[in-house]
Write a protein that binds this ligand. Sequence first.
Ligand code: PLP
Ligand code: COI
Length: 346
Amino acid sequence: MIEKKDLDWGSLGFAYRPTDYSYVCNYKNGAWEEGGLTTDHSVTMSECAGILHYCQECFEGLKAYTTEDGRIVCFRPDLNADRMYTTAERLCMPPFPKDKFIEAVKQVVKANEAWVPPFGSGATLYIRPVMFATGIVIGVKPAEEYQFRILTTPVGPYYKGGAVPISICISQYDRAAPRGTGNIKAGLNYAMSLRANVEAHANGFAENLYLDSESRTYVEEAGGANILFVDKEGTLVVPISHTDSILPSITRRSLVTVATEMLGMKVDERYVKFSEVENGDFVEAGLCGTAAVISPVGKITYGDEVINISGMEQAGPVMTKLRNTLTDIQSGKIEGPEGWICEIDA
Ligand code: PLP
Ligand code: COI
């Protein structure tokens, strides 16, 4: 077994720290090249590259874990490959082949094995595939050349404290246009959320929750995570969108399976009106995503109105159970559904 880097794993935040290798592959003359590992973590391109002008870019996020017996595993990389494929198609980018995506993840994680945080440290190796137009464009059109990269970086919790309740607010801004790009993982969705993000943080909130931009009636999702609720009957309530503007979170889809098949819970995937939240219909809420894992939501603020969900003292029992079950599956402590864990060959 490879010796781990000497880091204070437990105190890592969600920040970039370059590891030894990245993966890089270029698209030229209508085809993806072979691709491979690099120690160069910089990118050089034309000032006229498509990414710089018309924002042709998309990305993914997944994690690698060290199991109790020292193996290195990833969680459902096939779903990241699928989503990046769909995202690329929507942005007129050449989709990166799915099998090549999984091979690239394995290769780069294997090469950075010493950076995969030890079992039980609370940290993980965050894997960030990213793809952007390097080809020259000046008129508005898709570029002809692209670069796909994967960087890795060891991280701790995305929201401070990890499993500690957070306080979030309803954004004044909209996240995604109806039938726009809210359901794909494009960098442009985050560029327009930065102002809302900075304002939320300045006002003491950990994150924004967005309502549907067509009617501002329904709950959609947070800036960097989907949202889940638990009603008074203990049903897991999962918001869906009339306008398909919620990102199909891999964590959320996995939790729906975990709740139904492993925990015997009732799950209701439905439209959720914000008025239900205001009425106090939900006893727990949580933000879920690769970076977020599940962060319990203690309260939600909308202008002057403060809605207490499960309070800021401690996480509710359902979110705690879901979080523990999910992280136990991801770190190989308990067995999840078949095919969820991808072994990185020793
Ligand atoms: N929603 C948004 C806007 C996100 O940025 C993310 C992060 O990836 C998610 C949801 C969660 O998706 P996943 O569980 O696939 O990481
Ligand atoms: C992830 O969870 O992987 C994301 O990409 C979310 C981002 C806000 C860090």
